[in-house]
Design a protein around this ligand. Structure first.
Ligand code: ATP
Length: 385
């Protein structure tokens, strides 16, 4: 279970400490869901340990919400089962699962005060008045809304409303909290602030959280583990560092910020190194593999089409005398503090995104370089799906 004070981003708060969430282990076994002939979620296997923060990440339509709603009980499974500490829960209606839910649109009662909104779930469960008051006060303190308790939702900012929604979801001390893009209606600054709040609340309250987002940065900064979905299938499950360093396929790579996905041809392959060429580029890269360094499935041999994934921050203007992967003309140069974001194109029209630490102007012809271990070579069939 995660501890509290040392990692809390806000030193002035002394939120109430709740007992850690009762969840020991949640197991999803072959959970799938079809809408008619369309399979929105292919069999999903996942084990969640109490206290974990799991992000379901993927582009629109990949099946994130379907997976979350299957967990919540809002959607029946087409196949598979869900167990909570060895007890089958997928056969139970949502209210019997005892999970808390936070939605994108908050879904607060407009005619009730903040305090009454948060108390609602406890009232429904017949919790005694004094106990309800104590728990509501505790949770409002935790989400830092004590002074707004008597207000109505319309009198609150978006971020405050979202905190009411979170308070309402956790006041019943659920075994699991499910959040579906809870920050997407907020502006960028508030989203960033609320991200920290959600992580803090997760830790301070000892929650187990499953969080749906299409925002890779949000997922990486919040989650202990990420589940990346693509077209209803799991592409990869892992910690942020595992996914960032060792994306399992080009879809995950794209989500992890590998903005340069270059379709090239392998001209030679030796061990874990491959030389890939095309579009005026000649890249010595490393075969994409798992954290243990084992090459990914699918043989790679000379002559094969590949996709070379490189993050903009790993692509640079070559130093004097350094071997370049090719030349490209700078087209768009954006100033971002100490670095420039440069979009350049080879004479064959292949676009490259890189970061430059030296002056670059549009029209400059650049020699581009990358370290071999920072250029991941995937067999082209790894993209097919
Ligand atoms: P978004 O980020 O846009 O919400 P998502 O990853 O949450 O997307 P889902 O809402 O889970 O995706 O949808 C997965 C797939 O299932 C999509 O192709 C979608 O069109 C389809 N789908 C979702 N709900 C239904 C439904 N009620 N009937 C038929 N198809 C559906």
């Amino acid at each position: 279970m995660t501890t509290t004070a040392a990692t809390s981003p806000s030193p002035q708060a002394s939120p109430p400490r709740r007992p850690a969430s009762q969840l020991g282990r949640l197991t999803l076994r072959g959970v799938s869901r079809a809408y008619g002939a369309h399979t929105a979620l292919h069999p999903l296997d996942l084990e969640i340990t109490g206290g974990e923060f799991i992000a379901l990440l993927g582009p629109s339509g990949c099946g994130k919400t379907t997976a979350l709603n299957c967990l919540a009980g809002l959607l029946p499974l087409t196949a598979g089962e869900i167990e909570l500490d060895g007890r089958r829960v997928d056969t139970l209606p949502p209210e019997k699962r005892g999970f808390g839910m936070v939605f994108q649109n908050y879904a607060l009662f407009p005619h009730l005060t903040v305090r009454a909104n948060v108390a609602f779930g406890l009232k429904m469960r017949g919790v005694a008045k004094a106990e309800t008051e104590r728990r509501v006060a505790d949770v409002l303190n935790l989400v830092r809304l004590t002074e707004h308790a008597a207000k109505h939702p319309a009198q609150l900012s978006g971020g405050q409303q979202q905190r009411v929604a979170i308070a309402r979801a956790i006041v019943t001390e659920p075994a699991l909290v499910l959040m579906d893009e809870p920050l997407s209606n907020l502006d960028a600054a508030l989203r960033l602030a609320m991200r920290g709040e959600i992580r803090r609340i997760h830790q301070d309250f000892g929650l187990t959280t499953v969080y749906v987002t299409h925002d890779q940065e949000e997922a990486l900064s919040l989650a202990d583990r990420l589940v990346v979905l693509h077209d209803g299938r799991v592409s990869q499950i892992g910690t942020p560092a595992e996914l960032y360093e060792h994306p399992a396929d080009p879809h995950v790579a794209a989500f992890m910020g590998y903005r340069n996905l270059l379709p090239l041809r392998a001209s030679s392959v030796e061990g874990t190194t491959a030389l890939a060429e095309g579009d005026g580029l000649r890249v010595v890269g490393t075969r994409a593999g798992n954290p243990a360094g084992t090459p990914v499935d699918g043989a790679l041999s000379a002559g094969q089409q590949v996709l070379v994934a490189i993050r903009p921050e790993d692509l640079r203007v070559a130093a004097e005398g350094e071997t370049a992967i090719g030349e490209a003309v700078a087209e768009i140069v954006e100033y971002h503090g100490r670095v420039l974001h440069v979009e350049a194109a080879t004479d064959q029209g292949r676009r490259l995104h890189l970061k430059a630490h030296q002056p670059v102007r549009p029209g400059d012809r650049l020699h581009i370089a990358v370290d071999a271990e920072r250029a991941l070579v995937f067999p082209a069939e790894a993209v097919a799906s």
